[in-house]
Every structure is written in C-alpha cells, then in structure tokens.
Design a protein around this ligand. Structure first.
Ligand code: PGA
Length: 222
C-alpha cells in the first residue's frame, strides 16, 4: 500500500469548542494517528489555525496544518486578506483554487496563479484544485487535486476509473506533482481511489468534519 496524503478541508465549519473536541478525540487515538502510514493534513478555518496547530504541538500529533486559501498579495494594506507570510507561521500547506473559491468568489486562473506563486515563494506546499483536465496548473504547485464540481458534497463521487484517467493524463503533463482525488470520498469508497496507481491521496470535505468519520476512513486504509 502506498503512503497516502489525506487532506481534510473543514471549510467554513466549526466553532473553537468543536475544534477542541475534535482534537481531544484525536488525542485519544494518538498512537494510531502517529503510526498512520501516510501524511495527514487538516485545514481548519483561519481563526482556528493557531488553536489547531498549538494543540497538534501540545499533543505531539503527526498531523500537518494547512490553510484553505491565501492572499495573492504580500503583507500590507489588503483588508480582509491573509498573506502567505502569515499563513506560513502556522501552517505548512495551503489549498488554492478550491471549487467553492472559484464558484462563490469568482476566483480566476490569473488570480490563482498569483496565489500559487506567492505561497510557493514563502515555502508553503501548494495543493491546487482543478475541476477537469483542461484547467491550467500553474508553476509553484506541489499537489494537484482533481475534484469535479458536481462531485463535491453531493454524495455522487466520480468513478475511481474515470478519476484515474483524468489524473493519469494530468500526470503526463506534470510528472513531479502528487495527485489527489476529491469529491464525496467516504470510508466506504476511499480505498477504491487509493488503489488506483496514479492517485496519491484524497481531499476530504464532509468526511473530515467529525473525528469519528475521519478516523474510520483512516482505519479503512490500514
Ligand atoms: P466533500 O468535499 O468530501 O464534502 O465532497 C470535497 C471537497 O470540497 O474537496
């Protein structure tokens, strides 16, 4: 079995109490988590990144921290934005170009290219989301995540075979990048994606929210 990259994106969910409750449950499964044969990354909402990463350190958990987005600009007068330099103080990964950013915030390929370049410059590992084979993957990306819009949060995932076809084609163009599949991944279907040779991991939304479902997904892989 490969050492998969498992990324949990909490989106705009959770209060601080819920973050702490997730961390408490994670602490109780510390041995399992720290021996999990792969890399776990959790991307909490901005206000809880510090809380989450402090808890990870305090409990000595082998979980990396990611942000869900980043500013295309440097530090400065850009109200409401969080610069890559600031993200880097708390996180090592960043998701860029998630479908919800493209759909609800109208983020363009041009803007996302700037985000990726800047994030890379400060040393963040960039997870770049694309909806199909035709979406441009810019320089500076470390991991691309194929997630068809219709599969996100719908309970209707792409088939592992089709996801593998798309990812395989993308890997021909970007052979050094790691690949994820995202969109309605659950404990019941996760293995079918990871058993595809070209898929290096999964990006989870719903299945990462409750620790119990996240944990049972990890268990399905061991
Ligand atoms: P989902 O979200 O797992 O809830 O479908 C996936 C994603 O947003 O990448």
């Amino acid at each position: 079995m490969k050492r998969p990259l498992i990324v949990g994106n909490w989106k705009s969910n959770k209060t601080s109490a819920e973050v702490l409750s997730w961390m408490k449950d994670a602490g109780e499964e510390k041995v399992f988590i720290n021996q999990f044969p792969g890399q776990i990354v959790i991307c909490p909402p901005y206000p809880y990144i510090d809380l989450f990463s402090s808890e990870v350190k305090k409990q000595n958990l082998r979980i990396a921290v990611g942000a869900q987005d980043v500013s295309p600009f440097e530090l400065g007068a850009f109200t409401g934005e969080v610069a890559a330099e600031q993200v880097k103080e708390y996180a090592s990964f960043v998701i860029i170009g998630h479908t919800e950013r493209r759909k609800y915030f109208l983020e363009s390929d041009e803007l996302l290219l700037k985000k990726a370049a800047h994030a890379k410059q400060v040393g963040l590992s960039v997870i770049y989301c694309i909806n199909d084979e035709d979406t441009h993957i810019p320089d500076g990306v470390d991991v691309f995540s194929y997630e068809p819009t219709w599969a996100i949060g719908s309970g209707k995932p792409d088939t592992p075979e089709h996801a593998a076809l798309v990812i395989n084609n993308l890997k021909k163009l970007h052979p050094t990048l790691l690949s994820l599949y995202g969109g309605s991944v659950t404990k019941d279907n996760v293995l079918s994606y990871l058993s595809q040779k070209c898929i290096d991991g999964v990006l989870l939304g719903g299945a990462s929210l409750e620790f119990e479902s996240f944990f049972s997904l990890l268990q399905a892989l061991t």
